[in-house]
Ligand binder design. Structure first.
Ligand code: NAD
Ligand code: WQD
Length: 338
């Protein structure tokens, strides 16, 4: 299969590009490198023994996208490209709407023009918010509490409308829970710019001595140890979920939503313990006030993806922490070390 991957140089995109190449597919990555380094793709090529095609362009660039579709003639698209920092999205909301919605419009129009009918979209468990209790099934109520989350929620609705107007379109919306970990080679992983927003990159940088201590945001949640619980999923499991969704959409048009999660909640303090075990390094932490906008607990009911995609997450929290530590140790400054 020929797969056009937007945002394929990023964290989840690079792991998925590798999985696609290893499964024998042809890949064209379109990424503007606004939050990634081309080094990730060089390493993906080395691991796969095959080089993905690459165009450095913004997905909103109609001419560049037209040329990409014309030259590559994809059978399917995976749309990772997007801005993703919740806090930043409250500061520069228009940028988030422009980049995330704009890229999706340009992409859907190029697909229609070039006879490409299959798309997998990166959505987020953030759309479940706190409107119902976990575990979340795909038919739980959805909404959003910040501009980033609203872009995901809006794009889901836009995709559903596109399918309603064109029943030949096959859309897979994947709602990721909390992706962590790295490829077991330690060659590719998450390389956040600046101070990490997410728990695992922050913990890894504390262990590496780049930051003094972890601030644990709240220990008075109604969870077993009082700290927030999340459904952490290994990025390689996430990658295989995309391949399973692409396969399913080959014989099933329409609009489909699948949760990609393990179904297991893990607390902040359990993550700290697992990371210490994996690394042999003590992670100093301090209890801090709750972070605005955080929910107490979020985890998937992954049964629909398990049954319909024949997919399930296989990696344990210990493996996720060990792989994060291997990546961080080998690349203390991410791809900048290359
Ligand atoms: P990432 O920032 O590492 O990857 C996104 C990639 O898209 C980057 O390489 C960036 O350079 C590129 N990009 C952004 N806007 C672009 C544009 N308009 N045109 C071309 N390239 C563009 O992020 P990630 O963690 O790999 O996330 C991938 C997708 O998954 C995003 O859509 C994100 O919202 C979604 N998602 C991520 C998480 C998470 O916790 N990482 C959770 C749920 C959903
Ligand atoms: C996990 C837990 C924090 C950092 C975010 C986005 C979501 C999705 C995934 C894209 C929480 C606690 C964190 C720290 C801490 N992204 N924490 N100290 O908030 O579940 O989800 O990333 O779609 O939309 O909101 O992930 O990794 O930030 O936090 O105590 O320094 O770790 O309070 O309980 P979150 P996270």
């Amino acid at each position: 299969m020929r797969v056009l991957v937007t945002g394929g140089a990023g964290y989840i995109g690079s792991h998925t590009t590798l999985a696609l190449l290893q499964a024998g597919h042809e890949v064209l990555v379109v990424d503007d490198l606004s939050n990634a380094s081309e080094e990730s793709l060089r390493r993906v090529a080395a691991l796969a023994g095959r080089t993905p095609a690459f165009i450095q362009a913004n997905v909103r660039d109609e001419a560049a996208l037209d040329a990409a579709f014309e030259g590559f003639t994809p059978d399917a698209v995976i749309h990772f490209a997007g801005w993703k920092a919740v806090g930043e999205s409250t500061q520069i909301p228009l940028t988030y709407y422009r980049e995330n919605l704009g890229s999706t419009f340009t992409l859907l129009e190029a697909m229609a023009k070039h006879d490409c009918h299959r798309i997998v979209f990166s959505s987020s468990a953030t759309v479940y918010g706190e409107m119902s209790e976990p575990p979340f099934t795909e038919d739980a109520p959805t909404g959003a509490t910040n501009p980033y989350g609203r872009t995901k929620h809006m794009i889901e609705q836009i995709l559903a409308d596109a399918v309603a107007a064109d029943p030949g379109l096959a859309v897979g919306v994947l709602r990721y829970f909390n992706p962590i970990g790295a490829h077991s080679s330690g060659r590719i992983g998450e390389d956040p710019k600046g101070i990490p927003n997410n728990l695992l990159p922050f913990v890894a940088q504390v262990a590496a001595g780049r930051r003094d201590k972890l601030m644990v945001f709240g220990d008075d949640y109604p969870t077993p140890d009082g700290t927030g619980t999340r459904d952490y999923i290994h990025v390689v499991d996430l990658a295989t979920g995309h391949l399973a969704a692409l396969d399913k959409l080959a014989d099933r048009s329409g609009y489909h939503v699948w949760n990609l999660g393990t179904g297991r909640p893990t607390s902040v303090l359990e993550i700290v313990g697992a990371f210490e075990k994996a690394s042999g390094i003590t992670v100093p932490y301090e209890i801090a006030p709750r972070r605005a906008g955080d929910v107490a607990s979020s985890y998937a009911h992954p049964g629909k993806a398990n049954a319909e995609l024949g997919w399930s997450a296989t990696h344990t929290i210990d493996e996720m922490c060990a792989d994060t530590f291997r990546w961080q140790s080998a690349n203390p400054n991410g791809y900048a070390d290359a």
